[in-house]
Design a protein around this ligand. Sequence first.
Ligand SMILES: [Zn+2]
Length: 232
Amino acid sequence: MKKVAFTLFMLVLLVGTTVSVEARTTPILEKHVFVHRIKPDDDMYVKPEKPGGGTNTGKLLYKYSGLHWASPPVNYVINAKVTGLTTNDVVDVMSSSFKTWDDESATEIFGSCSTGTVTAGAQDGVNGISFGPTGKGIIALTTIWYNPATGEVSEVDTLFSTNYQWSLTGDPRKMDLQNIATHEFGHWLVLDDLYNKPASTQTMYGYSTYGETIKSSLESGDIAGLEAIYGP
Ligand SMILES: [Zn+2]
């Protein structure tokens, strides 16, 4: 019995040591997925997903939970393969959507763009933008990986859903790419979604719909949120 207890003790010690060594060398990253859905028909007062926490009602015009990049600019890779748009179209829209945010802060937040292979939702050291299938009613997904101890973001990916057709001109039968991209890149900053009614015209409002273009430009809350994180 004594021997068994001793073996058990050694085992616990060994496992404990291994875990603590690993914890010291690699920070354990947490993942959060921002899900952008098509606007439901009914009026919506929806509880937010984490990060952020708390209730999301009232007059809040931006929401920020403290996550940020340690050292911008954030470089990114685009895989522009999508029906109906050329690579140049997609690259132009993405650059323009990033610039919309960058223009409101002296900090250079978004850096250089390249095109190449992107694995959506994979933690692979690439800040990737791509198109692919998603669940029903989902227009886009942005995934961030961050260190919960420091609040520092290390990677981000955005997937635009191929469940919808994409437009460059606000086509009422399609999703407008710049509208959705500008919203998703607010998550790259890392601003949270808003679901309260007074925020329904802000870029970070959590729902969109066909032909919508209002999110392509920033509103007062979006700019206040950006400046709160990266300065004016
Ligand atoms: Zn969102």
